[in-house]
Design a protein around this ligand. Structure first.
Ligand code: BES
Ligand code: MN
Ligand code: ZN
Length: 467
């Protein structure tokens, strides 16, 4: 859909881009390799190396000789994610190379920020990617950075595409497309077959949709530890009979953000060849939570794949229902690592906001691996607990489980506890409650669909599964 991420070819016509921090006395810490005229020019322009500050450098004929780009003090690192993503958007046309990179700036991560800032969603209206291009910095693994960007681009494209063109059938097509490109086997269980093959909750949630509900199952070729990723694929969430008010429904095309993220992560894993060293499986329950005569109702009691009965106390808590049946299937295989990703609760946003998705994991070492990888790869995530004492909140009395506990306390935790009930055989289970959306444009992150947690997971895998 969108143009693939790309670096500019190396050539002798590239323009130097100097990354500069502030120096003492309000000036910039200008690199010593910068010639005297450029130094004077930068000072006379008041260039101070503040984050995002740009200073274009002229040559003797008045042409463009290069640019200085301020990246702020090292103390700003926690604030300025993807500083180079902004440079990608504001620099004049040309092929740029990083001339000087402060020692504590990771050139691979910086260039990923550039690529992420160049993303445009072009399916319905042409949009030019910014004309400035970056030559891959020396010494980075360019193919790896491109694979990371490609996974993120895919996730964004899938989320940005509205439900009119991204229903369960189109989500299935996207999954098949990914599988075909990487030689993965595909199995899809569709409509009434969901009942025959015992996925009653996926069927109950999705049967009122314009397109049949389905379970998409991808298996990638490879040998090694088993990794199963389950992504929430609610292509549109009206709330069902417990219909959402307009303001809450507005963004619900993104309710397949979990599916988009697991597909994006699979893309990156496959492009880097990492899939060869594992047994990767992707499961996506794909449904619309719609309203029709056959919609599931508040008060209905569903018997899940696992046998646990669930009282539906709110049809808008649909994600955990479809995920539960998919997780139960995943768990039957006893994978080494089972991960769910879902735009599951508003409560997660209330707790941590749109930029910091919570994740849940019982194992301290696994949680530390994920947290640290996210911190190091500019993909921050924050651990919340599977808090046992709240188990009573999801136990309604006349069924095993309640999908929407009253009271509304700890909504992200009770949703996670609900999902965990459908696991137990997997060696480790981790759940991410993501937002999947960038509410307003920021460096490296245009407004719209957003990947969250993919790089945290990717870079934690060696620590969790062993090399
Ligand atoms: N998809 C929503 C959660 C959501 C809303 C995520 C907004 C991100 C942004 C989910 O299906 C939902 O509606 N959850 C309810 C659960 C409640 C009824 C127990 C919620 O969070 O309000
Ligand atoms: Mn809902
Ligand atoms: Zn939902």
């Amino acid at each position: 859909m969108t143009q693939a991420p790309a670096f500019a070819p190396a050539s002798d016509k590239t323009l130097p881009l100097w990354l500069v921090r502030p120096g003492p006395q309000g000036g910039a810490d200008l690199p010593s390799g910068l010639d005297a005229m450029a130094q004077t020019w930068a000072r006379s322009q008041g260039f101070a190396g503040k984050s995002g500050q740009l200073c274009l450098l002229p040559d003797a004929q008045g042409g463009l000789a290069g640019a200085l780009y301020g990246i702020g003090g090292a103390d700003r690192a926690g604030r300025d994610r993807w500083l180079l993503g902004r440079a990608a958007e504001i620099l004049p046309a040309g092929d740029w190379r990083l001339a000087a990179v402060p020692a504590d700036v990771d050139p691979a991560l910086a260039s990923l920020g550039w690529l992420l800032g160049q993303y445009r969603f072009t399916r319905y209206k042409p949009a030019e990617a910014p004309p400035a291009r970056l030559v891959a910095p020396d010494g980075i693994d360019a193919a790896h950075v491109l694979a990371l960007a490609a996974g993120e681009y895919l996730a964004r494209d899938l989320i940005n595409t509205p439900a009119s063109d991204m229903g369960p059938a189109e989500l299935e097509a996207a999954a098949r497309d990914l599988a075909a490109r990487h030689g993965a086997a595909v199995e899809v269980t569709l409509g009434p077959d969901l009942l025959d093959r015992n996925f009653p909750m996926i069927h109950a949630v999705g049967r009122a949709g314009a397109q049949a509900p389905r379970l998409i199952d991808l298996r990638f070729p490879g040998e090694g530890p088993a990794l199963t990723l389950v992504g929430k694929g609610v292509c549109f969430d009206t709330g069902g009979l417990d219909i959402k008010p307009a303001a809450s429904m507005a963004l619900m095309k993104k309710d397949m953000g979990g599916a988009a993220n697991v597909l994006g992560l699979a893309e990156t894993l496959a492009l880097t060849g990492a899939t060869q060293g594992m047994r990767l499986r992707i499961l996506i329950p794909a449904v619309e939570n719609a309203i029709a005569g056959d919609a599931f109702r508040p008060g209905d009691i569903l018997t899940s794949r696992k046998g646990l009965t669930v009282e539906v106390n709110n049809t808008d808590a649909e994600g955990r229902l479809v995920l539960a049946d998919a997780l139960a299937l995943a768990d039957e295989d006893s994978p080494d690592l089972l991960i769910s990703m879902a735009t599951l609760t508003g409560a997660a946003r209330v707790a941590l906001g749109p930029d910091l998705p919570p994740f849940f994991c019982d194992d301290d070492a696994v949680a530390a691996a994920i947290h640290d990888a996210g911190r190091d790869q500019a993909d921050p995530v924050w651990r919340l607990p599977f808090w046992e004492p709240y188990e009573t909140m999801i136990e309604p009395g006349i069924a095993d489980l309640d999908n929407a506990p009253g009271g509304g306390f700890a909504g992200a935790i009770t949703a996670a506890l609900f999902l965990r009930r459908f696991t137990g055989q997997a060696r480790h289970y981790v759940h991410f409650d993501i937002y999947g959306w960038q509410p307003s444009a920021a460096p490296g992150r245009p407004k719209g669909g957003a990947g969250q947690g993919m790089r945290a997971i990717l870079n934690a895998l060696p620590r969790i599964l062993g090399r």
